[in-house]
Design a protein around this ligand. Structure first.
Ligand code: P5A
Length: 445
């Protein structure tokens, strides 16, 4: 993409209404625009990152054997009356009347709707296990929407639902989700720690939240510092292998790590003092096992091997897709702007032309642009007629992990400059080698 043909409305001034760094940077980098309280338009670069996160989530869900669907945003209140949650959900649910005076609502989550799909089409244990998921907009009329996309009213969520014959099977689904979430967050360049949590209005006993440690996080968390040493890495997990999935869960949850609702002072104090940590975290996902809570109230049963009709065991699992963008920026920025992890960056590499209009510099930039594109990479070429300082400031603000700087002086010696956004380190290379280096970095992802 050429910057002169793109739509990147960066702001010079720091917006006064934004209290935390990720919100400020998303506004300044022209990623989002507030439409009303807690509701945002996604401008091209913000939308691009959202799509990247979505892609990673789809790949990891499908790898775990889960099946994508799409459910509607507007749902009938009747289904929610069946589960008893229409009244129980409270003021966070946006309730609407249609022209026939029927009660409908904007989905805050979709346990009821997916249970209705299940009970309409599945009748035998032979069709289990089944996990359906979607990535869809949600609405929760939060009392205090704040921090930009972090606590929105309208927000994007991956929500998945498992249906299993037995509790044991459903707990395997729970473990599968834990493993797939660990992989997902790591691919996004994030460390998200599973912590024992409270289930709130979703219900159930077993639940873990995934938290990214950050000073601006809304949740207080308590943990053993050793949990931050755990990494998932490149493990080759067989998602059907129960023992393997259980072992990952045990490894990642045996050390103390809890949100404040489930915090236990006595257990916490049993950790050696130098490892005890009290910090703040951003909740980027949550998984639940709630057994037959919805299947019993809504009649989602299957015939088991003996022909008895039994309610299925269920769980649900969510990832805060739009919130994740804020969390990634909170975890990865400096005083000049965002630093995108390679896995989620909106463009793979920036190209800065130091002397727009200089025939040689223009030709070199065009050649680099073409080579990167031919390799399947997406460069953002700053071809504006602007001072070098302004171009560097924009590149630093929008945070592309790599920058190739092209100028007449370097070209005389046959080189361009390749700079890492994270370390600030630069090296001079012939243009083809700079392109090859970028290619190699993204191939190894
Ligand atoms: C699990 C999927 C659920 O709703 N039902 C379907 C379950 N879980 S949850 O924890 O309530 O939400 C899942 C994730 O969504 C993000 N999230 C939000 N993001 C931005 N703004 C909000 N107001 C908001 N509320 C929830 C969180 O990341 C949460 O973990």
């Amino acid at each position: 993409m050429r910057l002169t043909r793109y739509f990147l409305p960066v702001l010079k001034e720091t917006p006064a209404e934004a209290q935390i760094v990720s919100h400020r940077l998303m506004l300044r980098a022209g990623m989002i625009k507030q439409a009303s309280a807690g509701i945002y338009s996604w401008l091209p670069m913000g939308f691009k990152v959202l799509r990247k996160l979505e892609n990673i989530i789809h790949q990891e869900q499908i790898r775990a054997g889960h099946i994508p669907i799409q459910m509607p945003i507007i749902q009938s209140a009747d289904l929610w009356r069946e589960s008893g949650r229409y009244d129980a959900y409270g003021a966070e649910m946006l309730r609407i009347k249609d022209r026939h005076d029927r009660d409908v609502l904007f989905t805050p989550t979709a346990e009821e709707l997916v249970t209705d799909i299940f009970r309409s089409h599945v009748g035998s244990y032979k069709d289990l296990p089944l996990t359906l998921y979607q990535i869809q907009w949600k609405f929760r009329d939060e009392v205090r929407p704040r921090f930009g996309v972090m606590r929105g009213r309208e927000f994007y969520m991956k929500d998945g639902y498992n249906f299993d014959l037995t509790k044991e099977d459903a707990l395997h689904a729970y473990n599968r989700h834990l493993v797939s979430y660990l992989r997902t967050y790591e691919r996004m360049g994030l460390q998200a720690i599973p912590m024992r949590a409270d289930s709130g209005p979703i219900g159930g006993d077993d639940t873990h939240e995934f938290l990214v440690l950050a000073e601006t996080g809304e949740s207080e968390v308590f943990y053993d510092s050793q949990v931050t040493d755990l990494t998932f890495g490149d493990r080759d997990i067989d998602y059907d292998d129960r023992a393997q999935c259980q072992a990952v869960l045990d490894e990642f949850t045996s050390l103390y790590a809890r949100t404040d609702e489930t915090h236990d002072e006595a257990l916490f104090n049993a950790i050696p003092a130098d490892r005890r940590r009290v910090a703040r975290g951003i909740e980027v996902g949550q998984i639940f096992y709630f057994g037959t809570k919805y299947s019993e109230s809504m009649g989602a049963t299957v015939a088991d091997a003996q022909g008895n009709n039994v309610p299925v065991h269920m769980g649900s699992h969510g990832i805060g897709v739009s919130r994740l963008i804020g969390a990634i920026i909170e975890a990865s920025h400096d005083e000049n702007g965002i630093i995108w992890p390679e896995g989620v960056t909106p463009f793979h590499c920036g190209i800065v032309n130091l002397k727009q209009g200089d025939a040689e510099a223009d030709a070199a930039c065009d050649a680099i642009y073409k080579s990167l594109t031919a390799l399947g990479l997406e460069p953002l070429y700053d071809d504006r007629n602007e001072r070098a300082g302004g171009k560097f400031a924009t590149m630093d603000l929008i945070g592309l992990p790599w920058r190739i700087t092209v100028g007449p002086r370097g070209l005389k010696n046959g080189v361009v400059e390749l700079t890492s956004r994270r370390t600030g380190e630069s090296q001079e290379l012939p243009p083809e080698q700079a392109v090859a280096k970028i290619h190699e970095i993204y191939q190894n992802l």
